[in-house]
Ligand binder design. Sequence first.
Ligand code: NAP
Length: 451
Amino acid sequence: MTSAPEVAAIRQAVLDGAPGPELGALALPAAYRGAVVRADEQEMWAGVPSEEKDPRRSLHLDEVPLPELAPDEAYVAVMASSINFNTVWTSIFEPVSTFGFLGRLGRESVWGARHDQPYHVVGSDAAGVVLRVGSAVRNWRPGDAVTLHCNHVDDQDPTAHDDSMLAANQRIWGYETNFGGLAEITVVKANQLMPKPAHLTWEEAAVNALCNSTSYRMLVSPNGAQMTQGQTVLIWGASGGIGAYACQYVLNGGGVPVAVVSSPERAALLHEMGVEHVIDRKAEGYRFWTDEGTQDPAEWRRLGKKIRELVGVDPEIVFEHPGRSTMGASVFVCARGGQIITCAATSGFMIEYDNRYLWMNQKALKGCHFANYREAWEANRLVCEGRIHPTMSAVFPFEQAAEAAYQVHHNLHEGKLGVLVLAPEEGLGVTDPETRERLLPQITLFRRHGG
Ligand code: NAP
């Protein structure tokens, strides 16, 4: 299936550097291509173990109608996108089917009803160009090069006006809403728009927002652990999507990262980033669970001893996300008075830890989820200023978005996987080549180690 002629014209205009008014005057297509899961396939994995649920069978490139634009929204032509783990969850319909989210949003308002469709256009990251803005949008216009963050907030809800991540109906765009970023055109609220870093290509600019903002809130923000200089931070999955940004934040903030990975290649990558202390969990052979219902505290102690050997202290902060497989160890090894900050549970959400170590040693276990606009903006500003770098290790054509999701599902990737959507090839979209040249070794670190 090829792009609609209107989409092809939009792509060409962006590539030609057409001015904003010209882009804003281009005809919009009646339909566009997006990576979707289909409601009539929600039950396709019944009885199939998680590892065998294959996103390549459930994620399709379908043509879907372009929805009407609400006054506070923008259409964005997506030059590139990326794969996040939430697209894996959607494609394997775990822990729940995302069509339930779309149904609830559909009942909320007239504009919300657009989202309740028999298909779900997924994707929670993108970089591209604004095509049209709704009548209430003030700060953005057609032609603006943007990256998109995924916090979808209803600004008429009073609970959204302290920390918007505490809003009663806060949602993640492209996961709990329709019309996500793995598509030729996406629909976002104006308060999801952020400037594209000028020194990055479309695909490098597309991979950061979700994971970078999450790690920023978890480690830097007062809403998270608010790391201070000299603190030791244990980072699980340190070469993965959120872990690789976490390492950068700890290094930037004068902390001491202790990074956990599962191969010598991943350890080498992090050493090149400047992380001195790396633990290869496979080589160490940790078995925190002896069987499905029993953990082995001796293994927690072995990890704690290893960390003390490396840095001489217990970690004041543990950056948690594997969940069931590691939480017992995370609570145990965390320093007295320290914090375990968690945003996920990749290996299982029914977790178990020995509460005596938490209360007797005055530790805190804190949940953390994505980022508010201010946090996402600050995290993006650091990318724009070349202080935080993309962690993109490989790039896939749009037609292989499902293959990229499969690789993330099976932990075959490092950092982030980019997806070219309207960008016909890699390397386009840079408008500040001088800064790029200066920062090239850092920008391409993961690419050099990846596919
Ligand atoms: P990712 O790119 O797949 O990285 C996860 C890393 O975790 C892997 O590189 C792997 O590293 C490690 N890992 C996987 N299974 C593990 C296990 N059983 N024990 C120890 N380490 C394990 O994924 P991601 O983008 O970093 O996301 C991680 C999780 O956070 C996902 O569940 C995602 O949905 C969630 N998330 C939540 C938010 C939020 O806002 N709440 C935002 C972003 C991501 P090694 O094999 O090298 O150790």
